[in-house]
Design a protein around this ligand. Structure first.
Ligand SMILES: [Cu+2]
Length: 328
């Protein structure tokens, strides 16, 4: 999706958010049915936190009419933009786990002929740290992203991503269907959260690092081994608390460095071949979590380095890391 399409999508969502009668859905694909976001489950935990699952859907993955068989990312894409019910207001999200499921709760994946190409969770109420001055910044702060590998994570105790009194959360979901018939699936996001007044909580700011930042995130990789790098000059001061990467098939590892201090901030490795549902495709990314994973100072050069080793050139690979920084 181009920047302009994304901005258009963002504006569509904004329009939906200010017009309650249409707030149920703002699909970008004319053939998508009206998806909705609802609270599927919410449970109080013994420690006073709450775990809430927000379900987005039904999302209709359009039938695949091409000659692909699901190999090399072949399939038919469906993009949907949906306002996302915040799990809480004036609160901190301390853990998150995405999934792609069917109505009965069973998992949708390569073995059922559909995959979660991407999902990004935005908050229009806050500015994005690394894209605020770009057109994509109109979409709001990028809080979290998931590929089909569905990497979730938990922030270190006492830290959380803040949602304000009026979070304008929305999600952009891209599905890929390898089957000749349409499939109705759900993007489920399970989050643990605590009220903002919880003592001892510190806000963690999501910092989106991306080899094609402020664009559509895709970049080409050649067949064989390759390395892609990208730099960002930090505009914030803080301590890194957690980070996790996103790569496509063939991706091996993505690492964030602070080149100014010489620290390695986080190395996130791709995993393959343990869960048959993924049929050999990327199935996990390791994450980094800790009280002090390194410093990020205003003016520091933060470098992102990804390594791919693929058996075919991929024009639309990705190299993303979302870092969570407790600002000073
Ligand atoms: Cu991706």
């Amino acid at each position: 999706m181009s920047i302009f399409a994304r901005v258009g999508a963002a504006l569509l969502v904004l329009a939906a958010l200010v017009a309650p009668s249409t707030a149920a859905a703002a699909p970008t694909s004319p053939d998508a049915t009206s998806p909705d976001a609802t609270i599927l489950a919410s449970e109080r935990n013994a420690d006073g936190s709450t775990t809430t699952t927000v379900r987005v859907g039904p999302l209709i993955a359009q039938p695949h009419s091409g000659d692909g068989d699901g190999e090399h990312g072949m399939g038919t894409h469906t993009n949907v933009v949906v306002p996302f019910v915040p799990p809480c207001v004036n609160c901190y999200i301390t853990a998150i786990q995405p999934d792609l499921t069917y109505a009965d709760g069973s998992r949708a994946n390569y073995d059922t002929g559909v995959m979660l190409h991407h999902a990004v969770l935005f908050d229009r109420a806050r500015g994005d740290v690394t894209c605020d001055d770009e057109p994509l910044g109109l979409a709001g702060r990028r809080l979290f992203a998931s590929g089909n590998e569905r990497t979730g994570g938990e922030l270190p105790p006492g830290t959380g991503v803040k949602l304000g009194w009026l979070p304008l959360t929305w999600t952009l979901v891209e599905l890929m269907n390898m089957k000749p018939e349409s499939q109705a699936v759900y993007f489920d996001v399970t989050m643990t959260h605590v009220p903002a007044h919880t003592s001892g909580m510190t806000e963690a700011t999501p910092v989106w690092l991306d080899a094609n930042n402020c664009g559509d995130s895709t970049h080409p990789v050649p067949a064989g081994e390759s390395t892609t790098t990208w730099e960002w000059t930090s505009t914030i001061d803080g301590t890194l608390k957690a980070a996790g990467g996103h790569l496509h098939d063939g991706g091996e590892v993505i690492t964030a460095y602070n080149r100014t201090t010489g620290e390695t901030l986080c190395e996130s490795e791709a995993g393959y071949g343990t869960d048959p549902a993924y049929q050999g495709h990327i199935e996990s990314m390791s994450t980094c979590t800790g009280d002090d994973l390194g410093r990020v100072n205003r003016g520091d050069t933060i470098e992102l380095v990804s390594r791919y080793d693929t058996d075919h050139a991929d024009p639309v690979a990705m190299s993303i890391m979302v870092a969570f920084v407790a600002e000073d």
